[in-house]
Design a protein around this ligand. Sequence first.
Ligand SMILES: Cc1ncc(C[n+]2csc(CCOP(=O)(O)OP(=O)(O)O)c2C)c(N)n1
Length: 635
Amino acid sequence: MAGILDLINGANDIKKVKPSDYNKLAEEIREFLIGNISKTGGHLASNLGTVELTMALHLYLDFPEDKLVWDVGHQAYTHKLLTGRKKEFASLRTFEGLSGFPKRKESACDSLDTGHSSTSLSAAMGLVRARDLRGGDEKIVAVIGDGALSGGMAFEALNNAAELKSNLIIVLNDNKMSISENVGGMANYLGKLRTGDKYINLKQTVEKALNNVPGIGKKIADKIRKSKDSLKRLVIPGMLFEDMGLTYIGPIDGHNLNELSMALASASKAKKAVIIHAVTKKGRGYRPAEKNPSYFHGVDAFDVKTGKNSKAKKGATYTDIFSETMLELGEKHNNLVAITAAMPSGTGLNKFKQKYPERFFDVGIAEEHAVTFAAGLALGGMKPVVAVYSTFLQRAYDQIVHDVCLSSLPVIFAIDRAGIVGNDGETHQGIFDISFLSHIPSLTVMAPKNATELKEMLCFAYTHDGPVAIRYPRGRAYEGLAEYQEPVEYGRSEVIYQSNTAGKKKNAQKNRILLLAAGSMVETGAQIHDILTEEGREVTLVNIRFLRPMDTELLKEMAASHGIWVTLEENVKRGGYGEGVAAYLFEQNLRDIRLLNITLPDQFIEQGDVSVLKEKFGFDPLSLTAHIKDFISHS
Ligand SMILES: Cc1ncc(C[n+]2csc(CCOP(=O)(O)OP(=O)(O)O)c2C)c(N)n1
């Protein structure tokens, strides 16, 4: 039997649905989301929490003329459904499939490409100013979660939004959760608002009660109505937003379409920025997700009945190795402290948090603050480890340069998800960090070839007097090459396979191949080495270990014996290790050496399984070997 959701095949179709069917529609949307995400994986809990909110917004707005800006964008699945993308859900987060985030090229109803947190208010402010300059009349709404509101950019935008003299609606989707429990003073403040009485209703109740008091009552009610502020202060604590110059409506029930619609209607009348504080439940309507919203924030495919992940775990990940090593280091050194920007579980710091709660800091979605906070901790005698995903560290570039490296402070950056991360797509790939880190003076940048080496590098970093960044990829930690494990020595690369150079013909040097591989590419380099040596070529494989400083001593040595150099790294070309080697060869006037830089292309990399993407870019060992042979025969 056709359902209500079947009536919705394009933007604004929800307006054809009878109000008496709204609840049924919400139910069908939840069923659809649970069924689909259980097969494709994706962000479940956040999307289950925003069903009614999205419906209310779609009833209020006209697409694509009006603009709806989602913060982070992981909770926009219902928005996708209500704008005619239902059929594409089977391909969610797969290569060339439906994106897990808003994408302008996917739909005219998506007004901003997102994935990183706390950008919505700034972008919406820009849209408002542009509308006003153009003399337009479109509605502009930003939806921001309580977690995203902990990010610095959101505060900067709120500060700026207070100056607005035209309408901007900010829907604060407050579910008490970031990925994990939300933290910090703003979260506490929202908690107070949530548990306080509703302002709108209470104001009306107080006025009504006073009006009923014979004689003096009406006078007091009039007076209170005129001095709105004092009544607000009387009924809810703080009034932080109002004091800043924004209008605050709420808290309202974010699952109640009536309340949401009324709030939107009254917010639309204000010629300023209005915050609608909507309280929602993460995971709403699916018991396992309601019980464990953190786990169901982003999930792989799962069994709907049990909520259990249907894929078996395949051995330790780099995150697991980091997590274990932090426990060991924490036990040995009581000045070791750990910092996360709202990702205790994703970065593997959960165990450290449990064992050393006083030495663990979750600062909220605040990467810039996390880095400068680490600088302060280091100045105070601590050894801080900032555990962060490569893509989110992009936020804190200036803090790394200005606050940590300028003073050469001993801060350790544990950079997870470096390289291609897969299904989250362009916004989440960790493909720029070698470029934006390896030119910073005083910073040491490393990449481990396997699980053991990550541990060794973390131990080395603890002893090093200066900032150290260690980048490692998402997923399974490589266990191979375990027999090749020289101690980590500052600035020194590791020769894994040395080609035989004894008693060879004069011309041998010219054709001898040097593979200079970084991090995850050492495993690939070993496979390429095996194929090429099998074919009778002479190949040396070096695990470069240090992206900065470059081991020029080794390069100098290799220049005398190897005529073909191939660099391998999981980073874009510009600013990568390979370019550094090219500059070295140029500076040393080593023009006879033929150099091939294998990198990811200089472009944003779309979503897809890591293996699919690597194949697309010819990053698998067979394609790379063919590429190298082609280079040799044409250079
Ligand atoms: C700059 C940045 N840091 C970290 C993340 C990872 N991240 C994705 S969603 C999320 C939590 C967002 O919480 P909230 O805004 O409350 O949304 P909810 O999922 O609770 O609806 C985090 C930390 C990110 N997307 N961007």
